[in-house]
Write a protein that binds this ligand. Structure first.
Ligand code: SF4
Length: 58
């Protein structure tokens, strides 16, 4: 299960990498759906490695 922890600074990178999964509002990224397809899992993995504060957990 993908989640965003309280280290998130709302930079928006995860939404750019996986727009079907993450939605940034009020400087915090929300998981709007869990990844289902291999493509979505790949996008989440990219977001995890791109997050500057290691706020995405899987
Ligand atoms: S990339 Fe990380 S810090 Fe930036 S919005 Fe996403 S979870 Fe938050």
């Amino acid at each position: 299960m993908v989640l965003v922890n309280d280290k998130c600074i709302g930079c928006g990178i995860c939404e750019s990498e996986a727009s079907s999964i993450f939605k940034v509002e009020d400087w915090f990224s929300h998981v709007i759906k869990q990844p289902m397809t291999p493509e979505e899992h790949q996008q989440v993995d990219t977001a995890i490695t791109s997050c500057p504060v290691v706020a995405i957990e899987k």
